[in-house]
Design a binder for this molecule. Structure first.
Ligand code: ZN
Length: 372
């Protein structure tokens, strides 16, 4: 039987400088009464831009309750229905985005995602991460469709805290290495079939843009100055990484993140920061399995991390863990399906060895010395 290849993406992806100021030009085709969901802080920063962007249309601003729970999604869906809104516009970070997708799905109306940072893969995907009221992970829920519109204002991305951009670099950096592992093992992607060639090409391009523009983008966002590098990294972090992970699949890097959330509660770092370390653990596991380190690749990866200020160990994340805790982490990581997508068996013992290799302050020297 020939393979069934599937691809999923937002219906429209629009990226540019100062787009929020003219948002109604781009989403007016969806209707003329919008529910804008945002949090108090973002609303304080963007109130004037929202007013200008939605001038000439009718809109209602609803302040986000603070946690991406099922109850919050139901509350927003109810308001959207009562006000006869044509769609929900989610302006904010990951939790606002997740709630927007879920609420629009419940209400059966369109959703528009306007991310305020290039911090994760949340904007383009059909997944909504649901938490309980204490912030503990409940489920990753698949919506009926990917967002109708993802609109990214790169001026807003430029003005966001640089830590968010760096976390996004970590999350995006995993895309290619996880896609490569999934390609080798032949597992299904997250869209119900096998990847096609375009999916894999997006993961490769994501990696290329990150290596080329990552450092310059971090410097621009540190100075709050828009640049071509910010534009390129926005495309890599939000568009290519979002589509890349969903249409190729995840592997150890994301299983490691999930394992960390299980071992450390409350979770002390950002998603992309943990995923960045997870990429190194995945590579170490690959090298251990192969019996040799790809020194060119490892060197390229570590150089990129150092240039962009990404964490290369749990210590860099501010987490001290003894060997018992690291083994617990390896065991927790192995309980997640993403750990089973590698082209070889991953056991708590083999993963523990990989984690040990990475959890040194200087992976590069350690690897060169030890010839992992
Ligand atoms: Zn991710």
């Amino acid at each position: 039987m020939p393979e069934i290849k599937t691809f999923a993406a937002p219906s429209k992806y629009i990226q540019g400088k100062d787009l929020l100021l003219k948002i109604s030009d781009y989403i007016g085709f969806l209707g003329n009464h919008f529910l804008v969901l945002t949090d108090q802080i973002v609303f304080g920063l963007t109130k004037d831009k929202i007013a200008q962007g939605f001038a000439g249309t009718s809109y209602h601003v609803e302040i986000f309750g603070g946690e991406s729970t099922a109850a919050e999604a139901e509350r927003i869906a109810k308001i959207a229905a009562e006000l006869h809104c044509c769609c929900i516009v989610g302006l904010g970070g990951g939790k606002v985005i997740d709630t927007t997708k879920y609420a629009a799905d419940l209400a059966g109306i369109a959703d528009v995602i306007v991310p305020t940072a290039a911090a994760s893969d949340a904007p383009c995907s059909a997944m909504s991460v649901v938490y309980d009221e204490n912030g503990a992970f409940v489920v990753s829920k698949k919506m009926k469709h990917n967002p109708n519109v993802v609109l990214v204002d790169t001026q807003i991305i430029t003005e966001a805290p640089v830590r968010l951009l760096k976390a996004g670099l970590g999350d995006a950096f995993a895309t290619y290495y996880e896609a490569r592992a999934c390609k080798r093992s032949g597992v299904d992607n997250f869209t119900g079939g096998k990847r096609n060639e375009a999916d894999y090409a997006m993961a490769e391009l994501c990696n290329k843009l990150l290596l080329q523009y990552g450092k310059a983008a971090v410097e621009s966002v540190q100075k709050k100055q828009w640049s071509e590098a910010v534009d390129m990294i926005t495309e890599a972090n939000i568009f290519l990484s979002g589509l890349g992970f969903e249409n190729n699949g995840c592997a150890i890097a994301h299983a490691f993140y999930s394992g960390m959330t299980k071992v450390w509660d409350p979770f002390p770092v950002m998603h992309g920061e943990a995923v960045a370390v997870g990429v190194l653990v995945q590579l170490a596991a690959e090298y251990l399995h192969a019996g040799k380190t790809d020194e060119r690749e490892w060197g390229e990866v570590i150089t990129f991390y150092k240039e962009c200020g990404l964490p290369t160990s749990l210590k860099d994340l501010g987490i001290e863990a003894d060997e018992k805790k690291l083994y617990e982490l390896a065991e927790a990581t192995c309980t997640y399906p993403n750990s089973k997508k590698m082209p070889f068996d991953v056991t708590p013992e083999s993963l523990y060895q990989a984690i040990l290799r990475v959890n040194k302050n200087n992976c590069m020297e350690e690897t060169n010395n030890e010839r992992v």
